[in-house]
Write a protein that binds this ligand. Structure first.
Ligand SMILES: Cc1cc2nc3c(=O)[nH]c(=O)nc-3n(C[C@H](O)[C@H](O)[C@H](O)COP(=O)(O)OP(=O)(O)OC[C@H]3O[C@@H](n4cnc5c(N)ncnc54)[C@H](O)[C@@H]3O)c2cc1C
Length: 550
């Protein structure tokens, strides 16, 4: 009897403990324990922050080494999201290249639509005659190669040579180490000869050696450089080839909109025990004796950790949150690189809600991305002017993307017009000090692009428009906190990319900044790489890419 009673007592205790643990967990989920020292703090809950934190949670016991994301907005996702206006669901992003290996590693389940036919179409406008040439780019490296060789027989050999060479160079990326030792660096000379020889070139320098002369073919490959916000004569060859090959491998869009990607990340993160602090701004990164100690929130509260990953604009993080002097004391070159790092351009996005009469499918809008451009040197000239602070789009010189998310997500028909490169200019100043003028300028600029889309891509577009939602560089600056309103992180100029980029491991022990360059793929990869550094190569084996034996 006594034995039985002692046994019940023990069971009761276990039961009470379980309830307490459960209760404690509930309390912990809704009320982050800010006094507790965290294993990792991640600043920013965009796709880089989410991937950084999920990776940590996936490879640690979060009860012992808790991970906390601190995000200033009321939701995660940053630039990767969807939003509704008057019943229309608009996406901010358009295409995800092949990230499936990374999703699998992290256990992210997301329903994606694969663009099986054409993932991109280019509408090349002759500014003089106003004639339009439509070029359709199919998915799959071999399909793409065969199509181009067939359509441009005079350049078939050169196209084959270029695509084979660039594919081989792309695959060498799988053999690169993120932080190579001296021996590994030597091995790279043998294992990655193409990268060693061509890796520091601009895309144009690299491309020109293959002797492709047909202007349409040149246009096609330049479009891949433009995806990173830079013209081919400035974008790093490796960046363009990476973007080109990963979208050729497959391009996708989430069937429920880009917000679903964020939701699935957040769901997985919580499953793994990750903690999330929303509507909270980080003001300072705490550093003592060259080591990171945690962060200070707006309002003064401090949260401690030996590891911090910052995913916000690296210039802001290093200059304003750490202080460049502290960095300079430890590593002068790194401090200099912070000053010199060039950020990518901004964008203007015009989201249009359309009536049910419009038939977007019959216009072939069910592809990933439509580029409408005057081609030739247009993008390069627009970029030159952007760098001088001007927006030089005219009826004879333009370049823009037109995307139709609703043919994937369902719901009311809509399209988005994306314009890059755009600088911050006076957008922010007007928004803050002269809202009337800001709205007038938004209207004027968006009408200019709508007219062009109506003229060259979607006839009678204007009569179908029911609502219009315009995002300017001021919108992007506000949401991301980037003073230059940059939308692709660091610009992949050949001297701002690869080995010449701002390093992910900062001179402050325990402080990392994974910002890579351009897009969801780069953001996810950078986040994996910094976790690999923290875990001393236990995730990627020190490799730059996930599947080194591919
Ligand atoms: C209009 C547009 C279209 C795009 N289209 C594509 C596309 O089709 N395909 C693609 O691959 N990429 C696309 N991109 C690029 C891609 O969206 C970005 O490269 C990527 O989302 C950047 O993610 P991030 O987490 O690095 O930064 P962000 O998304 O900027 O996230 C940073 C987060 O940090 C938070 N934050 C900032 N300061 C603080 C602070 N002090 N304290 C706490 N939190 C802070 C911000 O609120 C934000 O949530 C597009 C970008 C834009 C803007």
């Amino acid at each position: 009897m006594g034995g039985f009673s002692a046994h019940t007592h023990k069971l009761e205790n276990i039961f009470i403990q379980l309830i307490l643990q459960r209760y404690y967990k509930v309390v912990k989920m809704s009320q982050i324990d800010k006094k507790e020292k965290k294993g990792l703090i991640v600043i920013g809950g965009g796709i880089t922050g989410l991937t950084s934190a999920v990776t940590w949670a996936r490879f640690h016991d979060t009860k012992k080494d808790p991970v906390l994301i601190i995000e200033k907005e009321p939701k995660t996702g940053g630039f990767v999201t969807s939003y509704t206006r008057e019943g229309y669901l608009f996406d901010t992003s358009q295409i995800i290249p092949n990230c499936n290996d990374m999703f699998e590693l992290l256990g992210i389940k997301i329903d994606l639509k694969r663009f099986k036919g054409y993932y991109t179409r280019i509408f090349l406008v002759n500014p003089e005659t106003e004639e339009v040439t439509k070029i359709e780019l199919p998915s799959g490296v071999e399909v793409f190669k065969k199509k181009l060789m067939k359509e441009y027989p005079e350049n078939a050999k050169e196209i084959e040579k270029f695509l084979d060479h660039s594919r081989a160079m792309f695959l060498e990326l799988f053999k690169l180490k993120t932080e190579p030792s001296f021996i590994e660096l030597l091995k790279t000379i043998v294992s990655c000869p193409k990268i060693v020889k061509h890796g520091s070139k601009t895309f144009k320098n690299y491309f020109d050696q293959f002797g492709i002369t047909n202007p349409e073919v040149v246009e096609i490959f330049d479009a891949f450089a433009a995806f990173s916000g830079l013209p081919g004569d400035r974008a790093a060859a490796l960046m363009t080839l990476g973007a080109m090959n990963s979208v050729l491998d497959n391009a996708y869009r989430p069937t429920k909109g880009f917000i679903e990607l964020t939701k699935q990340f957040e769901k997985r993160y919580k499953e793994l025990g990750g903690e999330l602090l929303l509507k909270t701004k980080v003001e300072k990164i705490l550093v003592e004796n060259g080591e990171v100690k945690g962060v200070q929130l707006e309002g003064g509260e401090k949260i401690y950790s030996d590891f911090v990953i910052t995913t916000i604009d690296p210039k802001v993080a290093m200059k304003e949150m750490v202080g460049l002097d502290k960095i300079r004391e430890l590593d002068e070159k790194f401090a200099e690189k912070v000053e010199q790092a060039k950020m990518s351009p901004s964008s203007l996005n015009v989201a249009l809600g359309l009536d049910d009469e419009i038939d977007l499918a019959s216009l072939g809008m069910d592809c990933g991305y439509n580029v409408v451009t005057t081609g030739g040197e247009s993008f390069s000239r627009l970029f030159d002017e952007y760098e001088k602070g001007n927006m030089a789009f005219t009826e004879k010189q333009f370049h823009m993307g037109v995307i139709c998310p609703s043919l994937t997500t369902g719901g009311k028909p809509n399209i988005t017009i994306r314009v890059v490169p755009v600088g911050l200019g006076d957008w922010m100043e007007l928004r803050e000090n002269n809202l009337e003028e800001y709205n007038r300028k938004k209207e004027e600029v968006s009408n200019f692009f709508i007219d062009l889309v109506e003229k060259y891509l979607i006839p009678d577009l204007k009569k179908h428009i029911l609502i219009k939602d315009i995002s300017t560089p001021a919108t992007y600056a506000r949401y991301s906190g980037s003073p230059t309103a940059s939308i692709y992180g660091m610009a992949p100029f050949s001297d701002n990319f690869g080995r010449t980029r701002l390093k992910m491991r900062t001179p402050i022990k325990g402080l990392f900044q994974p910002l890579f360059s351009h897009g969801i793929f780069g953001c996810m990869l950078g986040a994996l790489q910094v976790n690999d550094m923290i875990l001393e190569r236990k995730i990627l084996g020190g490799n730059a890419r996930l599947k080194p034996d591919k």
